[in-house]
Design a protein around this ligand. Structure first.
Ligand SMILES: C[S@@+](CC[C@H](N)C(=O)[O-])C[C@H]1O[C@@H](n2cnc3c(N)ncnc32)[C@H](O)[C@@H]1O
Length: 527
C-alpha cells in the first residue's frame, strides 16, 4: 500500500487546470473494451518509453473524467446524475461510444456503489469514510470497470490511476493503483461469494451483493411476500434494479399509432413492440427526440407500467356520466397526456392539477398535442384541497402519489442511497390526504386510481386500508375496491398473458414484467 493518507494535496487552481482540458473529447476512438484508440497520440503525448514514469498519463480520458465529475456533482451537490450527465456530455462534445462508456461508467458505478464499497472495504486498510471523497469515487469507478464492465484489467487500472493523478494528485494515484490491483486480484464471483458468506443474515447478504441499502432490501422482500410472491425473488428484483432500463415510448391513442411512429421514424432507428401494451414501443439506444411524434407531443417517453395504470383507470367499469376526469398529481404530465388523449376519444374533459408551478408548466408542455377543448385546465394547487373545493365533481380521478420511488430505482441511479426510512413518514401522510381528497372529489359511482411507483406496503396497501377505514360509517366504508387486474387485462395486447397475482390490486415488478414496480388500486365511490 502506498503512503497516501487520503488528503487532497493540490490547490483548487491545480484542480481547475487539470480539469480544464476535457473539451478534447468527442472523438469516437474508444474500442469495444473501453480503451481509447490512439488517445495518447491525439493528445500529442510522447511515446510511453520516452517519458519519465512520473510524467506518464498526465491526462485521463474524457469519458472517465466526465463520469468522475458526475459522481462528484451527485455527491457534493445532491444533484441527479441523469440531469447532470447529458448536458455535461454535450458541453464537452463527448459522443458515440465515448458517451455510452461515460454513461455506463457513471450510472453503473452509482447503482453498484454499495457492492463496490463492500469490496473496497476489504482492500483498504482504514474505514472508507476516512478516505477523501474524491479518491473514494475514483476507486468506485475503477472497481466498476474491473468488476462490472468488460474493461481489461490493465486499461481499467492505468486509466483510473491517470484519472486519480489528474483530478486528485500523484500521491492519490499510487494509492489508487495499489487498491485497484487488490480488487483485480479476485474475480467478481469470488468477491460476491465472500460478501455473501460474511453477511450476518440472508437479507443483508442480498442487499450487499445486490447493492441496495438493507432497509430497502427488507422492504422489497416484504412487498414481494405481501403480493403473494416468493421472497426468494429478492435477488432477481435487486438485479433488475441494477440493469439500465430500456427507453419505452407511448403512442398516445387518437394522436398517433405505434405503426405510424415506426413509419415516421428516421432510417436506421430500431423500434420494437412493447411487451404488454399496443401503445408501447421500445427504442434501442437512440435519442427519443429523434422520433418526430415524440418531438411534437403525439408520443412520449413512458414506462410500460405507467402506461398500463393510466389505461386501466380509463378502462375501469363505470355506470352513468363519464365526462370529467381529474389527474390530482399531474407533474410532469406523462399520465395526464395519456389520459387526455383517451378522454378526447371518449368526449370527456380533463383537469390536471400539480402543486409545483414549474412541474405544472411541464404538464402544459406534455399536453401540447391534445386537441383543443379536451384539457379544461392545468391547475397549480395543493391536491389535498381539491376534494373540499370540488366535492363529487369528477367521474374518474387519478392519484399518482408522490412516493419514495422504490419501484423505479433503476431509472435514478443514486436515489437508493439518498432515500431514508424517515421519508416514508412524510410521504405516507401526504398519500393518505391525497387519496382522501380524491375520494371526496369523485362522484358516487365514480372511480379513483391510487398509483405509486413504489411497491412498499406502507405506501400502497396500508395507505388504502387506512383511508378506507377512516371513511367507514356503521362498519361500511364509502368506497370499495374494484378488480384492477381485470382493468389491466382489458388494455394489454390480445394474447399477452400478463401475470397479475391473486389480489384485486395490481403490483408490477421489474424482474417479472420488465416495468417499473408500479402499484395500482382501483376504488369505486359507493355513497
Ligand atoms: C409521481 S409524481 C406524478 C407523475 C405524473 N403523474 C406523471 O405521470 O408524469 C407526483 C407529483 O405529485 C406532485 N405533488 C406533491 N405533493 C402534491 C400535492 N400536495 N398536491 C398535488 N401534487 C403534489 C409532485 O410535485 C409530483 O409532480
Amino acid at each position: 500500500m502506498s503512503g497516501y493518507d487520503g488528503a487532497d494535496r493540490r490547490g483548487p487552481d491545480d484542480r481547475r487546470r487539470s480539469g480544464g482540458d476535457d473539451r478534447r473529447g468527442g472523438t469516437d476512438r474508444r474500442d469495444a473494451r473501453g480503451r481509447q484508440r490512439g488517445a495518447a497520440r491525439s493528445r500529442g503525448e510522447q511515446s510511453r518509453t520516452a517519458q519519465a514514469p512520473s510524467q506518464r498519463r498526465r491526462w485521463s480520458d474524457p469519458a472517465r473524467t466526465a463520469a468522475f465529475d458526475v459522481l462528484r456533482e451527485v455527491d457534493g451537490s445532491d444533484a441527479y446524475a441523469n440531469l447532470v450527465l447529458p448536458p455535461l456530455l454535450r458541453e464537452r462534445r463527448i459522443a458515440g461510444r465515448d458517451a455510452a462508456f461515460a454513461t455506463e461508467l457513471a450510472y453503473g458505478t452509482l447503482r453498484l456503489r454499495g457492492r463496490y464499497d463492500a469490496v473496497l472495504a476489504r482492500c483498504v486498510d482504514r474505514p472508507l469514510d476516512r478516505l477523501d471523497a474524491a479518491v473514494l469515487d475514483v476507486l468506485r469507478l475503477g472497481t466498476h470497470q474491473l468488476l462490472g464492465m468488460r474493461v481489461p484489467t490493465h486499461a481499467a487500472v492505468s486509466e483510473t490511476v491517470g484519472l486519480a493523478r489528474d483530478r486528485v494528485g500523484a500521491g492519490a494515484s499510487q494509492f489508487v493503483n495499489a487498491v485497484l490491483r487488490r480488487v483485480a486480484g479476485t474475480s467478481l464471483d469470488a468477491w460476491l461469494d465472500e460478501l455473501r458468506t460474511d453477511a450476518p443474515d440472508p437479507v443483508t447478504a442480498a442487499a450487499v451483493v445486490g447493492s441496495h441499502p438493507v432497509w430497502i432490501a427488507r422492504a422489497l422482500r416484504e412487498a414481494l411476500a405481501g403480493d403473494g410472491r416468493d421472497p426468494a425473488e429478492l435477488d432477481a428484483l435487486l438485479d433488475a434494479d441494477n440493469a439500465a432500463p430500456r427507453v419505452t415510448l407511448v403512442a398516445r391513442p387518437g394522436l398517433v399509432t405505434a405503426d405510424e411512429i415506426r413509419d415516421g421514424a428516421p432510417d436506421g432507428l430500431r423500434l420494437d413492440p412493447g411487451r404488454w401494451l399496443p401503445t408501447a414501443l421500445v427504442l434501442a439506444g437512440q435519442d427519443p427526440l429523434s422520433v418526430p411524434a415524440v418531438a411534437d407531443g403525439r408520443a412520449g417517453v413512458q414506462d410500460e407500467g405507467s402506461q398500463a395504470v393510466a389505461l386501466a383507470l380509463a378502462a375501469a367499469p363505470l355506470d352513468g356520466r363519464d365526462a370529467r376526469w381529474l389527474d390530482l398529481c399531474a407533474g410532469p404530465g406523462g399520465k395526464a397526456s395519456l389520459l387526455a388523449a383517451l378522454a378526447a376519444q371518449r368526449g370527456a374533459t380533463v383537469v390536471a392539477n400539480e402543486v409545483a408551478p414549474h412541474r405544472a408548466n411541464l404538464v402544459r408542455k406534455a399536453l401540447r398535442a391534445v386537441p383543443d377543448g379536451v384539457v379544461e385546465r392545468v391547475r397549480t394547487g395543493d391536491g389535498r384541497e381539491v376534494g373540499a373545493q370540488e366535492p363529487g365533481a369528477y367521474d374518474r380521478v387519478l392519484v399518482d402519489a408522490p412516493c419514495t420511488g422504490l419501484g423505479a430505482l433503476r431509472r435514478r441511479p443514486e436515489s437508493r442511497w439518498r432515500r431514508t426510512p424517515a421519508d416514508l413518514t412524510v410521504l405516507t401522510g401526504l398519500q393518505r390526504e391525497l387519496l382522501g381528497s380524491a375520494l371526496d372529489a369523485v362522484r358516487v359511482g365514480g372511480v379513483v386510481a391510487y398509483v405509486t411507483c413504489s411497491p412498499h406496503l406502507a405506501e400502497t396497501r396500508v395507505v388504502v386500508d387506512d383511508v378506507l377505514r377512516r371513511r367507514t360509517v356503521d362498519g361500511v366504508p364509502d368506497a370499495e375496491r374494484l378488480d384492477a387486474r381485470e382493468a389491466v387485462r382489458t388494455v394489454v395486447t390480445p394474447g399477452a398473458d400478463i401475470p397479475l397475482g391473486d389480489r384485486e390490486d395490481v403490483q408490477l415488478w421489474p424482474h417479472v414484467h420488465g416495468t417499473d414496480a408500479m402499484h395500482l388500486t382501483l376504488l369505486r365511490r359507493t355513497r
